[in-house]
Design a protein around this ligand. Structure first.
Ligand code: NAD
Length: 288
């Protein structure tokens, strides 16, 4: 079966990533329904979108008319029922396989047969997520980056079951929301998380061995390789608990020593030093 033209996009989960995804889709002209477990959470997502658009207006990058039209295209809702008429639904709930599979199962019972179901997972197996859907050939990974409205990359992840038509449809969709696409097959950590983790975990091991200070390890990649942010700073930004969970998953899946979680990372997480959000990780942060 071919896929129909995408005009209505549903987003499940209005947190850090979900509201960013709703933002870029609405700004590109799609009608967006942003759903969460509670209406308050969905409304909070819309408030964040409004604030981010306002920053764009202040910087002269977004017109006031564009801000208003973008917000006007977003409807917030509790639960999944109002996603029934969407041609594309993008799931962005927390990184737990059973939770995501439950969402895909519920969506499968609701949407039309030709609706594409996408997941924003950053590491879980798309093939396992797709297995929970009624039409696994129309399941695909759409891995966005944080903050979604500023980061150019969109990593399209092809599950074992994903059809060519689905990949072509999301390629066109990705171009229409002005992202640069890469297409990777489902494998642990895809391309971005696998490479990012390998560098990030090696940086932790170097810090553990006393090779250099955290500042100097970060400066090596910032000044020597042009990375906008060193790997330890980036770990603090993403959250050390999130980093550790992905490392444990990749180590279990691949057995590669590159992903063995370093002791220092485990210790920091056990001590509650989770990075920026906790006020301390590899660095200390002032409370603003
Ligand atoms: P988050 O915790 O900020 O947001 C998750 C939202 O999902 C919350 O608002 C929660 O209320 C909602 N939710 C939970 N269960 C739900 C359900 N059954 N139905 C509807 N909504 C539900 O999480 P996040 O950081 O936005 O991450 C979401 C996904 O994006 C994860 O898979 C994560 O791995 C991935 N991701 C995160 C980042 C990042 O930098 N944070 C980057 C790329 C990908």
């Amino acid at each position: 079966m071919s896929t129909s033209v995408i005009a209505d996009v549903g987003v499940v989960g209005a947190g850090t990533m979900g509201n960013g995804i709703a933002h870029v889709c609405a700004q590109a002209g799609f009608r967006v329904t942003l759903s969460d477990v509670s209406l308050d959470a969905a409304r909070a997502g819309l408030t964040t979108i409004g604030k981010n658009l306002e920053v764009g207006v202040q910087k002269g990058k977004v017109s006031a008319a564009d801000r208003d039209a973008t917000l006007g295209r977003i409807t917030v809702t509790e639960g999944l029922e109002r996603l029934r008429g969407c041609q594309l639904v993008i799931e962005s709930v927390p990184e737990r396989l059973a939770l995501k599979q439950g969402v895909f199962q519920a969506l499968s019972a609701l949407v039309a047969d030709d609706c594409i179901l996408a997941s924003n997972t950053s590491s879980l197996s798309l093939t396992e997520i797709a297995a929970a859907a009624r039409h696994p050939e129309r399941v695909v990974g759409l891995h966005f980056f944080n903050p979604v409205h500023l980061m150019k990359l969109l990593e399209v992840v092809r599950a074992h079951q994903t059809s060519d038509a689905t990949v072509e449809a999301v390629r066109a969709f990705g171009a229409s929301i002005k992202k640069e696409l890469i297409v990777v097959k489902d494998s642990p950590g895809f391309a971005s998380s696998r490479l990012g983790l390998a560098v990030g975990l090696e940086a932790v091991r170097m810090l553990e061995e006393g090779v250099a200070s955290a500042e100097d390890i970060d400066r090596a990649m910032e000044l020597g390789y042009g990375h906008p942010m060193g790997p330890l700073k980036l770990g603090d930004l993403v959250g050390l608990d999130v980093r550790l969970a992905i490392a444990e998953y990749l180590y279990a899946e691949t057995g590669s020593a590159a992903f063995r979680p370093p002791q220092l990372l485990k210790k920091l997480v056990r001590a509650g030093k989770l990075g920026r959000k906790a006020g301390e990780g590899f660095y200390r942060y002032r409370a603003d």
